[in-house]
Ligand binder design. Sequence first.
Ligand code: SF4
Ligand code: SF4
Length: 281
Amino acid sequence: MKDEIISKIENFVTTSGHNKLPDTAIKIYNLPRIGFADVNNELFGSYKQKIGSFHLTPKEWFKAEFEDSLPNGTVICWILPFTETILKSNYLERAFPSKEWAQARFYGEQFNNMLREFVVGLITKIGYRTVAPALSSNWQRVYVDDIGHASTWSERHAAYATGLGTFSLTDALITECGMAVRVGSVITELVLEPSPFLYKGIHDNCLHYNSNSCGACIRRCPAGAISLNGHNKDLCFEYTRRKVMPAVNEAYGVTTPSCGLCQTRVPCERSIPKLPKLKSK
Ligand code: SF4
Ligand code: SF4
């Protein structure tokens, strides 16, 4: 069953006519990576401390959606890596995203919603109740003083629990196919074997944390929202919502809540970056 789900998701992404920028042949996403976590994985409970009590566990999501308990089940996540054309289009940008990046973020998220619906339909059809939190009326954005903008389900944290990647200095996820990705997830009562979890810590893949080097994302951010202390969500939110969104809306007719500069032209853009070589004495 697991192989069949992986193959159907891959097929959806590689063959769908919606996985491209409108009126062009430019593909938005490459082949996805897919991970599985047990709904009883302790990480989900720990997110209540890490993110906030408003963040729901998979079991709470199931209860809210179906008014039923979920003794066992699976969180399925996928990573959608942006194609090279989309990434390279952003390389020379310094303040706002390229047209291709802005459109890929906008139409790419619409495509991600289609994929969420597809996966919910696929598993529901074989008799297992399934919810995509991002599409549910129970999904809410919240603002908390000490952590900033958050929501009732973090797909990045779900993806971390499925072993798909670890967090970066920018709070994004550095995966096997890099940091320039989008994430999607569903929660299902279908029980599937969890993916291997190979990380020792939440920042394993980021050069800043594993070798005290890099910081390329700090230099790329036009809002000064990234520092050695991490990602300032408020500064990023203000810049992307108040400056980027109106600018790309006027220029390209899309509302894109990210400039993506910190995700492109950085060593972790398309893969887990290699540790720097030690200098010989
Ligand atoms: S650019 Fe460097 S410091 Fe920033 S997230 Fe990537 S690896 Fe970490
Ligand atoms: S999305 Fe843009 S503003 Fe936000 S942290 Fe990245 S580079 Fe900075």
